[in-house]
Design a protein around this ligand. Structure first.
Ligand SMILES: [Zn+2]
Length: 416
């Protein structure tokens, strides 16, 4: 049975176009990410374009029920694929596509001839997003709905035509806008602020779940300090309406200030706590295993770990700043996986004892690690590992962890 809190998180992406008011709309639940429309005098502006051609087509069809005004421009809040891959649907070949001059991301700069480990990234992204899992397995993505159309996934990107170097004011056909650089989930984040309407389109710098300070699909270090600074910058705008790139729009100045400030507080807490642990010489595994949010932050529904996770973030912060070496000279050396497994079997007594330990231990993390040893020794432990990962999956409130456990389990132990 999937964790009820993860099922409940589906309330953050009910499929529909939400009238934000003041001539703005948010298409939520059609894709992993949201698409927004701002109505001007004689035209509309589109912010972000979703992850696929099919989702973008569905969204455009809904927008067309609201207005037939032509699309004058498209704005990308950042370069992640789930925001830029429906552009061809909204674009007629002539409009400007506006983005930060830093527009680039670990995914977009993929070059088949480069040394980037693209296949690893692709496989891990498939696991994180539960590609190929059925709807009972994949409850959601943490940031968006699990079930959505996949035709044309990642296929409709068009390069930006107009890059913004400095924060600047811009006339969206009668709607006064300010483009503001706000590095956070990515370095190239640019938010759209409508000061007269007091509406902020925040991209992925805030959404209603624990931020993905580290994505298990594989990311380079996301600058936690800059992200925290950007959350202060956004809070200081004092928006009446906050429209994130994932999950539902938020309303009310006081509430929005609380959402942004507590998220910032959480990031600063995790940076400080991790740094304290490292300074005290505490092993990173112990820092990661023990870190917990203070009660007043832990109870905030928007900090529930459906997407990012505190423990993963602590590890990402430590390795992001100091790299892989933990200061313990033992770890300057390496033992190959198969050799470690052989030594583990020797320690257990023999292979049979290793099997017995793997089968009998009640520590499920340890069970997984022993299964890895058995598999490395060529033993038929894939089913035991898969069954254990399925138990972990059911206990998870984190969608990306759940998806990765189930995706991995289905690879090891296919269900026919
Ligand atoms: Zn996103």
């Amino acid at each position: 049975m999937p964790h009820p809190e993860l099922i409940n998180h589906n309330k953050q992406f009910p499929k529909g176009v939400i009238d934000i008011g003041k001539g703005c709309w948010a298409a939520v639940g059609f894709a992993a990410s949201n698409v927004h429309m701002i109505e001007g005098n004689a035209s509309v502006t589109i912010i972000d374009t979703s992850e696929s051609l099919s989702a973008a087509q569905n969204i455009l069809a809904e927008f067309r029920k609201l207005t037939t005004k032509p699309i004058a421009r498209i704005i990308y809040t950042h370069a992640h694929r789930d925001h830029i891959s429906g552009a061809q649907v909204f674009h007629d070949g002539s409009q400007d596509i506006i983005a930060s001059h830093k527009f680039t991301s670990d995914l977009v700069k993929s070059d088949k001839n480069s040394s980037t480990p693209l296949q690893a990234l692709k496989k891990r992204a498939e696991a994180q997003f539960g590609m190929g899992l059925n709807s009972k397995e994949r409850i959601n993505l943490g940031c968006g709905p699990g079930d959505r159309p996949m035709e044309g996934l990642g296929q409709g990107f068009i390069k930006p035509t107009y890059l913004i170097e400095e924060d600047m004011d811009y006339d969206l056909d009668g709607v006064f806008a300010r483009f503001i650089h706000a590095p956070g989930e990515t370095e190239d984040h640019m938010v759209v602020w409508l000061p007269e309407k007091e509406i902020l389109f925040s991209g992925d710098n805030w959404y209603h779940t624990f931020p993905n300070l580290y994505a298990i699909r594989g990311t380079t270090y996301r600058d936690f300090g800059k992200w925290a600074d950007s959350l202060k910058l956004l809070a200081d705008l004092n928006p009446e309406i906050l429209v994130p790139g994932h999950t539902l729009p938020q309303f009310g100045k006081e509430r929005i200030r609380e959402l942004l400030e507590t998220t910032r507080e959480m990031i600063i807490f995790l940076m400080e706590k991790t740094a304290q642990g490292l300074n005290a010489g505490i092993p990173l595994d112990d820092i990661v295993a023990e870190i917990e949010l203070p009660e007043h932050l832990a109870i905030k529904p928007w900090l529930k770990e459906h997407y990012g996770k505190l423990s993963w973030s602590a590890r990402a912060y430590a390795t992001g700043l100091l790299g892989w070496y933990d200061g313990n000279p033992t770890n300057l050396g390496t033992i190959r996986t198969a050799e470690r497994a052989r030594l583990m079997a020797e320690l257990a007594g023999d292979l049979e004892n290793l099997w017995n330990k793997a089968q009998s231990t009640e520590n499920l993390q340890w069970k997984l690690e022993l299964c890895d040893c058995l598999i490395a020794l060529g033993e038929p432990a894939k089913k035991l590992k898969a069954d254990t990962m399925r138990i972990f999956a059911e206990a998870e409130i984190n969608a990306t962890a759940r998806n990765s456990y189930l995706w991995g389990a289905n690879k090891l132990d296919p269900k026919d």
